[in-house]
Design a binder for this molecule. Structure first.
Ligand SMILES: Nc1ncnc2c1ncn2[C@@H]1O[C@H](COP(=O)(O)OP(=O)(O)OP(=O)(O)O)[C@@H](O)[C@H]1O
Ligand SMILES: [Mg+2]
Length: 474
């Protein structure tokens, strides 16, 4: 509404009244041109200023509504805070925003999220005691607090670590806003600027207008994020349970299948031995008894292997570290295997190496070497030679077992250390093969912090090796 030239005093009063009515109706785009030599000139300018202020407020409120609506659309707290950082600049200026939560004990404040256009010094995880901090006053009054000159504040309160850190980031003034949800203080939003004295009551008013809504949105985000984290944790545990369950089912399948054979044999022998009508010579009897021995030894070793894998998988493998002489340890082992390999005509050679003191679980390391040596005998042709050696390497002790067997194909190499890996090489002397030995060996070596592997010339030979670190975590 513009006025060209006022005709009379009455006319201008009418025009001013119309402008006031417009404002009352919520139409703030009132434009009045103060006429020259008008007695009511101060009234014209007062109404124009009021109209402008109301107009700016209205635009600001609309913007705030837009901002809160878009922030409210976020689900996860991180997304919501990201949007706060993106959009709030229109209504509250800042270079940095920090969001802190009061811990459930109500005694500490923890930085949950920070974003700045400068390198951060006070970052996520920073914790402060609420009692000693000046934030307590902000909570008690429930009102935002302005610090116009952070450097001066720090000079007066040099013990404030958080102020020290944001000043280091280049911040010079700040607006700290409490977040209250259902009457309970939950945390703070910190706006900071590189300009001193950036904040005024205008910004406090703006914040107070949306404080309640913002607190609810942030609390919602916090709960959703908490739920999302719990869901992730549950899914992880679930996947682990599914894996262990699958492993268990496979084991059960293998166990029933592999135990059925020997149990059936033992029953047959028992029937034979107890049948009064069947006359057996003493020799036949001894041979049948020996058979029971062989079958039950096989069952026992299968059960022990299964137990080992489940124990290791459920984290129950406890290593008992000892320091021992590697030389006498390997000599004893080589002698035992030499005896056992005699029927197959396999020679066991312990190569020369300087004695070393090794720190490991001797029972478990013996289990690894037993499997490597028995594999070397089992998969090599009768009459071949198996060599056992050891050396000091920069990161520990390397023990190796070489054979003159079929070697490992590239295809087999991928599955060699997995559970139930029965691969292309087959026992050459009718020995049993379950396919767990190397998988257990890998777990034992890894539990020591070491590595296991194989070097092989396909068709000719393999050298299986493992390294046990010199310094072990106990
Ligand atoms: N020295 C070797 N030379 C060639 N192949 C080998 C050698 N050692 C192992 N393998 C192959 O790797 C597979 C897995 O070996 P692993 O020791 O895990 O099981 P296994 O000897 O079959 O049974 P067990 O559980 O009784 O040890 C074997 O079935 C065999 O095919
Ligand atoms: Mg084996």
């Amino acid at each position: 509404m513009a006025r060209q030239s006022p005709g009379s005093n009455n006319e201008s009063i009418t025009e001013l009244l119309q402008a006031i009515e417009q404002l009352q109706a919520g139409h703030y785009d009132v434009s009045l041109t103060t006429p020259e030599s008008e007695p009511h000139a101060p009234l014209y300018s007062a109404i124009t200023t009021l109209a402008n202020t109301l107009h700016t407020r209205q635009l600001q409120r609309e913007r705030l509504n837009e901002i809160t609506a878009s922030i409210n659309a976020g689900l996860l707290l991180e997304d919501i805070l990201e949007m706060v950082y993106e959009h709030f600049k229109d209504v509250i200026p800042y270079n940095r925003i920090g969001f802190s939560l009061i811990d459930s004990n109500g005694k500490t404040v923890r930085a949950y999220w920070t974003k700045s256009d400068r390198p951060l010094h006070l970052s996520v995880g920073f914790t402060d005691k609420l009692a000693s901090s000046s934030l307590k006053t902000v909570l008690e009054t429930g009102k935002p607090r302005i610090i116009g000159d952070l450097e001066e504040y720090l000079r007066k309160k040099p013990t404030s670590i958080s102020t020290g850190l944001v000043v280091k980031e280049g911040m010079r003034s700040s607006l700290t806003c409490p977040l209250i949800n259902n009457g309970e203080p939950v945390g703070f939003l910190f706006f900071s600027s590189v300009e001193p004295h950036m904040y005024s009551h205008v910004h406090v008013d703006i914040f107070m207008e949306i404080a309640e809504q913002l607190s609810v949105i942030l609390e919602k985000g916090r709960l959703v994020s908490q739920l999302a984290a719990q869901k992730e944790e549950i899914e992880r545990t679930n996947a682990e349970l599914v894996r262990v369950n699958e492993l268990k089912s496979t084991f059960l399948g293998i166990a029933t299948h592999d135990l059925r054979g020997p149990i059936g044999n033992i029953r047959m022998i028992a029937d034979l031995l107890s049948d009064a009508e069947i006359r057996l010579t003493a020799e036949e009897r001894t041979s049948l008894m020996r058979d029971i021995g062989v079958q039950s030894t096989h069952m026992l070793s299968l059960l022990n292997d299964l137990l080992d894998v489940t124990r290791i998988e459920s984290g129950k493998l406890e290593l008992r570290f000892e320091t021992f002489s590697l030389h006498s340890f390997l000599t004893q082992l080589a002698n035992r295997h030499a005896m056992m390999a005699t029927p197959k005509g396999t020679k066991i050679v312990l190569e020369d190496f300087p004695d070393m003191k090794m720190s490991a679980d001797p029972v478990r390391v013996r289990q690894v070497i037993d499997n490597l040596v028995s594999n070397a005998i089992k998969y090599s042709p009768p009459g071949s030679t198996v060599r056992i050696g050891a050396e000091k390497v920069p990161n520990g002790y390397r023990i190796k077992v070489s054979d003159e067997g079929p070697g490992i194909t590239d295809e087999d190499r991928k599955n060699l250390f997995k559970d139930f890996a029965k691969l292309s090489a087959k026992p050459t002397g009718g020995e049993k093969s379950v396919g767990l030995g190397l998988a257990i060996s890998r777990r034992i070596v890894e539990a020591h912090g070491g590595t296991i592997g194989v070097d092989s010339n396909a068709d000719k030979s393999s050298t299986f090796w493992f390294v046990i670190p010199a310094v072990n975590k106990r």
